[in-house]
Design a protein around this ligand. Structure first.
Ligand SMILES: Cc1ncc(COP(=O)(O)O)c(C=O)c1O
Length: 371
């Protein structure tokens, strides 16, 4: 089986891990960086002394303490939580579970690029609903339901959404879950950016009928290097099967990263505060920048998450602009990574300092002739 090139990760890796790395990373979809020392210095947790940590396999469903803390964060029973190797592994397990002859999954477009690739690779059909820039990338139950047909086994919603930053309201989520449940279709809600909202705060979806919620430590919790994620599913039968898949894929997590993750969750408010303190002022600068460049760039202000998806109004592909920006020290992700070439993904959650300087460079590049 051959998978297509993962353009987004190739682009990010080529610049993030270059020597020296890119100066201003506005392509990133994560929160601000933490060092292990900073996380360990947060109080209130019980980081086990590392020299006493047993480096055996962790339980396949995840360690008890970590599951309890994920459950507490989401207001669910710890038994319904399954720890995974990033949300990526949860997505793989779900695609595997829902694959059946002639079956399909409904996905947004644009979407985190791995998901349709996994689905097609496993043999699960893909049907799409578009988040359109003309409507501010709105996510509505009716648009999603219009893509559902007799082959649909699951519907995927990502709110707050990567890359657009759009949010599905709580009322739309309830409406969608009820309509799908009536047809025996599962809803998967990817909440890796929950609870970062810039308008109405939205409750998590874990209590909706026949709904599986995904979360991770990479996005809102700003610790992508832990490679820890989770899924929450109250359906015990399906959860058992998903657990088996995890055993096949990666056996278990690491007790080391699970211990750090559990400690971080005991300090979730401090971790989320750093994210908000980074994202909110950067977003204000970005809004101002978009206003000043409205003759060149279209955008829909994000309602949550750490990214937005502006576009070149003349319809040209953004890759040459992103290349010129990268040469000047500012990284934006070309829209072709999401099959939307005129767009680009701009993040505002990871750069704790220098966001204004990065936007000044961006403005200078835009002023250049021919760019
Ligand atoms: C919406 C979304 N879901 C899931 C993932 C997978 O994240 P991870 O495996 O780092 O937890 C990503 C990664 O970018 C994402 O953007």
């Amino acid at each position: 089986m051959k998978l297509p090139p993962f353009k987004l990760d190739q682009w990010l890796a080529a610049h993030e891990f270059a020597t020296p790395p890119i100066r201003y990373n506005l392509a990133s979809s994560t929160g601000p960086t933490w060092t292990l020392g900073e996380i360990a210095a947060l109080g209130g947790g019980d980081v086990r002394r590392f020299d006493e940590l047993r480096l055996s396999y962790a339980p396949p469903q995840g360690g008890k303490l970590l599951r309890e803390r994920i459950a507490a964060l989401n207001g669910v029973d710890p038994d319904s939580v399954l720890v995974t190797t990033g949300a990526s592994e949860a997505l793989m397990a779900l695609v595997c579970w829902f694959t059946a002859p002639g079956a399909s999954i409904v996905l947004p477009r644009p979407v985190y690029p791995a998901l349709p690739v996994f689905a097609r690779a496993w043999g699960l059909g893909v049907r799409e609903y578009a988040l359109s820039p003309e409507r501010g990338f709105a996510q509505t139950a009716d648009d999603v339901l219009a893509a559902v047909d007799g082959t649909t086994r699951a519907v995927f919603v990502n709110t707050p959404h990567n890359p657009t930053g759009s949010v599905m309201s709580a009322a739309e989520q309830r409406k969608l879950a009820a309509a799908l449940d009536a047809r025996g279709i599962a809803m998967i809600v990817d909440e890796v950016y929950h609870p970062l909202y810039f308008g109405e705060e939205i409750a998590g979806a874990a209590h909706l009928p026949n709904t599986i919620v995904l979360g991770d430590f990479a996005k809102a919790l700003s610790l992508p290097g832990l490679r820890v994620g989770w899924l929450i599913d109250r359906d015990a039968h399906r959860r058992e099967a998903l657990l088996d898949m995890r055993s096949y894929f990666t056996i278990s997590g690491s007790p080391l990263t699970e211990a750090i993750a559990a400690h971080a969750l005991a300090n979730a408010s401090a971790v989320l505060d750093r994210l908000k303190e980074t994202a909110a002022p950067n977003l204000a600068l970005l809004a101002q920048f978009m206003q000043e460049h409205r003759d060149r760039l279209g955008w829909a202000a994000p309602a949550g998450g750490t990214t937005c998806f502006p576009w070149l109004l003349d319809g040209r592909a953004s890759r040459p602009l992103c290349e010129a920006l990268a040469q000047s020290g500012v990284l934006a992700a070309p829209g072709d990574c999401f099959d939307a070439p005129a767009h680009m993904r701009l993040g505002f959650g990871s750069q704790r300092e220098g966001y204004a300087a990065a936007l000044d460079i961006f403005a200078g590049v835009l002023r250049r002739k021919g760019v």
